[in-house]
Design a protein around this ligand. Structure first.
Ligand code: PHE
Length: 479
């Protein structure tokens, strides 16, 4: 049954999963983090993280979805009834992430429009002034939500798969064009390339850079957020998970590196600093485009590309929540998409306002975007990735995964390596990074404890719900 409600073809499945993975995280997050943390050294550690942690967690999550053929809550319930809370967390997390992802999606949409209306926005202060406005960012955010809801409403194969099949190749072509433009700017290009791919500056990377690389890898590969579990549940035997995940990881990493190749040569060529931080894409890049020949065209292309990338990601987040309500509450796809995208939009309004228009909306000294982002990226997402690993390694058992895939004609040649990583290396790495990441942030970021407390409260709520439903199930079994 799951075949006909899922993806129609292997290439569609890979492009949809890669579409989920390729997003604002690649085009915005990756370059600015690499810029802040030593360039090439960050890139190297990032690639190691993708292989040692990302690929392993991705296969684990997809298989958890595939073996159940159901939504995330039931998928974890089928691993063990005691693990339903993990499934619950896998619904709450994408819901919260969506509420700020749409705000960033809205900003990107506005930037693309700016090129069409020839607004002068290539200044240092435009970005911070724009995001602290009350009205316009919300309007653009709403347009972005409506487009995503339409895609999700159309269904997995006719909406998500079809859109990804068009958007992903377009995105790659546009990105390559921008990279070519950037690499032919002459002076500064060499410096940019040295910084981004040649000069390994481990001092600038530091321990916090390594932590950043790992959380970047999770976010960028859409792990710990239910998306890959859901896409796994829509996969079928022709999709050969054991090799498909490498194509997905590779596409995601290539796009991140292309984004760096588009940005750094240009940044150096026009005398900006790579260490600009979050403003790298929204503040520096428009100024770079403004000062290059045919910059308007390339600027427009770049920001439209960000919008497309964000759309193929947000639809996967929405799908996690939609699938649960369709299967568990019996809602229609349309109803669940409308209800949840509206709810997300409402929280999105608060997130947008907290960026400056209404400074009273904040937690501790954080705006809502930073608050949710930090709680997810440094606490909940690594925890969920760890649970996926442990579920496969010690509950489901890697051998079941191997036998099932092989019975479907997927040879899974690297099973031996997978087994060692999923049982020992990956979980240990995640635990080290999870704990040291929290400790480091508690020491260096004022009020970080409010973020940890927020995350713990969500986890606690899920545990309580799990306990209640476990008791209820037991009771009805006794009857
Ligand atoms: N991977 C996306 C990005 O890089 C973000 C995302 C995470 C999307 C999880 C869906 C699910 O921007």
């Amino acid at each position: 049954m799951q075949q006909n409600k899922g993806f129609g073809s292997k290439i569609g499945f890979i492009l949809a999963a890669a579409g989920s993975a390729v997003g604002v995280g690649n085009l915005w997050g990756f370059p600015y983090r690499a810029g802040m943390s030593g360039g090439a050294a960050f890139v190297l550690v990032y690639i190691l993280m993708v292989l040692a942690i990302g690929a392993i967690v991705m296969l684990s999550e997809m298989y958890i979805g595939k073996r159940a053929g159901k939504n995330v809550v039931d998928a974890y319930g089928m691993v063990s009834p005691k693990l339903k809370w993990v499934g619950g967390l896998n619904v709450v997390t994408p819901f919260l992430i969506s509420s700020y992802y749409i705000v960033i999606g809205g900003w990107s949409l506005k930037y693309a429009f700016n090129y069409l209306t020839a607004q002068d926005f290539a200044t240092n202060s435009y970005f911070s002034e724009y995001i602290s406005q009350g009205f316009t960012p919300i309007i653009y955010m709403l347009i972005f939500v409506v487009i995503s809801a339409i895609i999700v409403c159309a269904g997995v194969e006719k909406g998500i798969e079809k859109f990804s099949k068009i958007a992903m190749p377009m995105l790659l072509i546009c990105l390559v064009l921008v990279v070519i433009r950037s690499l032919t700017l002459g002076e500064g290009v060499r410096e940019g390339l040295e910084f981004f791919i040649l000069k390994l500056d481990f001092e600038a990377l530091g321990f916090s850079g390594i932590l950043m690389a790992m959380s970047q890898a999770f976010f960028s590969l859409s792990l710990g957020l239910g998306a890959m579990i859901v896409y796994g549940s829509y996969s079928n035997s022709s999709m050969k998970l054991s090799t498909s995940i490498f194509t997905i990881c590779a596409l995601d990493t290539v796009v991140a590196i292309l984004a760096g190749l588009a940005i750094f040569p240009a940044v150096f060529a026009f005398g900006f600093q790579p260490t600009e931080g979050t403003g790298l894409m929204f503040s520096v890049l428009p100024q770079v485009f403004a000062s290059m020949p045919a910059g308007g065209l390339f600027g427009f292309m770049f920001f439209i590309l960000v919008v497309f990338a964000a759309l193929t990601s947000i639809v996967s987040l929405l799908e996690v929540v939609s699938q649960v309500s369709i299967e568990k509450l019996g809602w229609s796809r349309k109803k669940s998409t409308v209800v949840f995208s509206s709810l997300i939009a409402v929280i999105g309004v608060f997130v947008s306002l907290s960026m400056g228009a209404v400074p009273e909306i904040h937690v501790g000294n954080f705006d809502l975007l930073t608050y949710i982002d930090e709680a997810m990226n440094y606490v909940i997402i690594p925890l969920l990735a760890l649970m996926a690993c442990i579920s496969i390694a010690y509950v489901v058992k890697p051998e079941e995964l191997r036998d099932k895939l092989r019975s479907e004609g997927d040879e899974f040649k690297w099973f031996g390596i997978f087994r060692i990583f999923v049982k020992f290396i990956t979980p240990v790495l995640i635990v080290i990074v999870l704990i040291s990441g929290i400790i480091e942030r508690l020491q260096t970021i004022a009020n970080f404890h409010t973020i940890v407390i927020g995350a713990l409260l969500i986890i606690l709520a899920m545990l309580v719900m799990n306990y209640l439903s476990y008791k209820k199930d037991k009771k009805s079994n006794l009857k």
